[in-house]
Write a protein that binds this ligand. Structure first.
Ligand SMILES: NC(=O)c1ccc[n+]([C@@H]2O[C@H](COP(=O)([O-])OP(=O)(O)OC[C@H]3O[C@@H](n4cnc5c(N)ncnc54)[C@H](OP(=O)(O)O)[C@@H]3O)[C@@H](O)[C@H]2O)c1
Length: 278
């Protein structure tokens, strides 16, 4: 059961960009949070007007008002704008306030230094949140016997699979595999689509064939609880058959090794960015 407090909570967003728009849409559509309990501020006015018109949320001219009025403050600006957005305001969070950072490159210990008060949460949504899918991971000390964890479920459950990670290394793994991972999957989908199109299919048909193949495999795995992905793969692979020939080649070409190297390169870049944000 959802926390009854959710109906009375005020949820504030600092920054009204892509992620805020996705999260606001999900929250309003879930009907668990009243639109007039959502407040948004932004550097410039254009996106605020659009959000207010589309979802009937409230807007505020200054970030300070969001901090003063909201129980939950979601900081949704790019990492490079983080310090400016909170300039002169970091001491204004109260101890009970939930402060959620979406900033990809700012590690938890650095957040703690910048915002000494408030109950900090580092959250990683991703673009499929727009359609209520994908993984939303968070990290939080959660010293309140699960209060923060259940609140994250209540707030973001409609936007995908919400999960808690235990430490910064896991947060990075989640960011690379699920958030950047969405981009990696798109890369593979482009290879698929190009190969199909080169065989004379129209672009829109190649796109549809690609999407349905990825979607079909993902949904089949999702609906085959208890069956390993390897077992599902073996069901489309007969000995010395067509699929087996392709898979043997993929293994000889060490596609897995290539992907692992790409994940590691992404992890190195993530560490590099985090160092510059400290
Ligand atoms: N997009 C993703 O897939 C994704 C996934 C995971 C995490 N994230 C994280 O989510 C955060 C937001 O990303 P996004 O894609 O939503 O970025 P975005 O579309 O660029 O939106 C950022 C917003 O912040 C506003 N802003 C900048 N400085 C501000 C300030 N001082 N005060 C108030 N608002 C300010 C910008 O205002 P203007 O309109 O004036 O530019 C802009 O609307 C980032 O930290 C990112 O790392 C994003």
């Amino acid at each position: 059961m959802k926390n009854p407090l959710l109906k009375t909570m005020k949820i504030g967003f600092i920054g009204a960009g892509n992620m805020t728009q996705a999260l606001v849409k999900g929250m309003v559509e879930s009907k668990e949070i009243r639109p007039d309990h959502i407040m948004v501020s932004n550097r410039t006015q254009g996106k605020l007007l659009k959000l207010a018109e589309q979802f009937q949320v409230q807007t505020r001219a200054h970030n300070q008002e969001i901090i003063a009025e909201c129980d939950v403050v979601i900081i949704a600006v790019k990492p490079q704008d983080f310090s400016t957005a909170l300039e002169g305001l970091t001491g204004q969070f109260s101890d009970h306030q939930i402060v959620i950072s979406l900033a990809a490159g700012i590690p938890f210990d650095s957040l703690e230094k910048q915002i000494p008060t408030g109950r900090l949460v580092r959250l990683m949504p991703n673009t499929p949140s727009i359609i209520g899918r994908g993984v939303i991971g968070f990290m939080s000390p959660d010293e309140d016997e699960g209060f923060v964890s259940s609140l994250m479920d209540d707030l973001f459950g409609g936007l995908g699979y919400v999960m808690k990670v235990d430490n910064e290394d896991q947060f990075e793994a989640l960011m690379i595999s699920c958030s950047s991972g969405t981009g990696f999957v798109f890369e593979m989908m482009m290879y698929w689509q190009d190969w199909i199109a080169e065989r004379g299919f129209a672009d829109d048909v190649s796109r549809k064939m690609t999407i349905e193949t990825f979607l079909g495999a993902a949904l089949l795995a999702a609906q085959s609880e208890g069956i390993e992905i390897e077992e599902l793969q073996s069901r489309v692979t007969s000995k010395k058959g067509v699929t087996a020939a392709g898979l043997t080649s993929m293994r000889e070409l060490e596609i897995e090794r290539g992907l692992r190297i790409s994940f590691e390169k992404a992890a190195m870049r993530s560490k590099e960015i985090s160092r510059t944000q400290k």
